[in-house]
Write a protein that binds this ligand. Structure first.
Ligand code: S3P
Length: 430
């Protein structure tokens, strides 16, 4: 993302009101991709404003899919499973790991060659995890040395596989399931730990034959997808920043409507409740096959403690802001088994440790986690976002409870998932 933008943050008195949370990034990517290869015109409401999801739309357009976007309303004229056309230019996934990995699944099913790359951060992220299973299905994929983007993907007739994921990753699972749409027969993915199941739910919405038995997810190939009208729920991973702020800033009371409450994403709420956070869920219903509801959070004293390792895949995007929260708890916070954080948009373990230290906090860094003592006073500091949206937002929340002024450098990266983040903070901090 562009650098040179800064935001300054000072201590907040209390946060109150209703918070507008943008559409879920994960679900928006999936709806767009499946609509692009479905038959007929799909209508997607509350599509994420995120730059990452725009990257997905731009890639689909380059493959000949007709897309009309009016704010959060997106209309996609599906090309059908076999109707994508080769792109003259390389596809640009921008900063989005989801775009490059999940599109790679679809591109593996095409009989033409596509080049797909992204920005400097994406160009450092590991792609072997998708290259290996997709090659087993019959795709020919080349990358830069070390399995780094850009990828050159030449697809064709694929064979179904049964694949045990070495790392719990929804993006890799999705790449294989999407490629499985182009394979004759049943493609199966076995997960070491459950990961977000938005792809399975979205595939069902578009009429694909999807199954789950224990840790195995399957899709039957060659079934036609039918266009749908779908509504994207609010992104719980974006709401997470306000959940943490609402718990920590004394006197706060925030509400959020239409938040996605899929059980593969609610570990953040369960963890916060388990350490004493007052978070109330109401108005639950199912929308486009995804559970949604209202969430209310009130400032609460928090215990803290160790995050169970089996919950880490379900909390992976929330760990930066939970680390900030750890400094304000009674008992601090420890997590291990999160080595994946080192290969996100930035090395999030290093970025969190460095920025917490700049704010005067004590923190111990492990190869796969952090230990953060509780009851620490934070002081305003110069924060480097490392061009990573979740680092910028996590440390904005830290700034709301720090003494003095915090400056977030390269703050514009919030566009990746939450373009209205700073305005929203200003509004609820009143
Ligand atoms: C995502 C899966 C997670 C997550 C990312 C979005 C998805 O990545 O960190 O922000 O939409 O499937 P991994 O699949 O690499 O764990």
């Amino acid at each position: 993302m562009s650098s040179g933008t800064t935001q300054t943050i000072t201590r907040a008195k209390s946060l109150s009101g209703s918070v507008n949370i943008p559409g879920d990034k994960s679900i928006s990517h999936r709806y767009a991709m499946l609509a692009g290869i479905a038959e007929g015109v799909s209508q997607i409401h509350s599509f994420a404003g995120s730059a990452d999801c725009q990257s997905t739309l731009d890639c689909l357009k380059k493959l000949g899919v007709k897309i009309d976007r009016q704010g959060s309303e997106v209309t996609i004229e599906g090309a059908g499973l076999e109707g994508l056309r080769p792109s003259v230019d390389p596809l640009d996934a921008g900063n989005s790991g989801s775009t490059i990995r999940m599109m790679a699944g679809i591109l593996s099913g095409q009989s033409f060659r596509t080049v797909i790359g992204g920005d400097a951060s994406l160009s450092r992220r590991p792609m072997k995890r998708i290259m290996e299973p997709l090659a087993r299905m019959g795709a020919r994929i080349q990358a830069r040395e070390g399995g780094l983007p850009p990828l050159t993907i030449e697809g064709g007739s694929l064979v179904p596989i049964r694949y045990e994921l070495p790392v719990a990753s929804a993006q890799v699972k999705t790449a294989i399931l999407f490629a499985g749409l182009y394979a004759d027969g049943l493609t199966e993915v076995v997960e070491p730990h459950p990961t977000r199941d938005h792809s399975e739910l979205a595939l069902l919405q578009f009429g694909a034959e999807v199954g789950r038995a224990g840790r195995t997810v399957s899709v039957r190939g060659r079934s036609r997808l039918a266009a749908r009208e779908l509504t994207v729920p609010g992104d719980i991973s974006s709401a997470a920043f306000f959940l943490v702020a609402g718990l920590l800033v004394p006197g706060s009371d925030l509400t959020f409507q239409n938040i996605g409450l899929n059980s593969t994403r609610t570990a953040i709420i369960e963890y916060l409740q388990s350490i004493g956070g007052e978070i109330i869920i109401s108005n639950c219903e199912s929308r486009s096959g995804e559970p949604v509801g209202s969430v209310r959070v009130k400032a609460s004293p928090l215990g803290g403690g160790e995050i169970p390792v089996e919950t880490i895949p379900g909390l992976i995007d929330e760990l930066p802001v939970l680390s900030v929260l750890g400094t304000q708890t009674e008992d601090g916070l420890v997590f291990r088994g999160a080595q994946e954080l080192r290969v996100k948009e930035s090395d999030r373990i290093a970025a969190v440790a460095e920025n917490l230290r700049r704010m005067g906090a004590e923190v111990e860094e492990f190869p796969d986690g952090l230990r953060i003592p509780g009851r620490q006073r934070l002081k305003g500091a110069e924060i480097s976002s490392y061009s990573d949206h979740r680092i910028a937002m996590a440390f904005t929340i830290a700034g709301l409870m720090a003494d003095g002024m915090t400056t977030i450098h390269d703050s514009d990266c919030v566009q990746i998932s939450f373009p209205t983040f700073f305005e929203t903070i200003a509004r609820v901090a009143g």
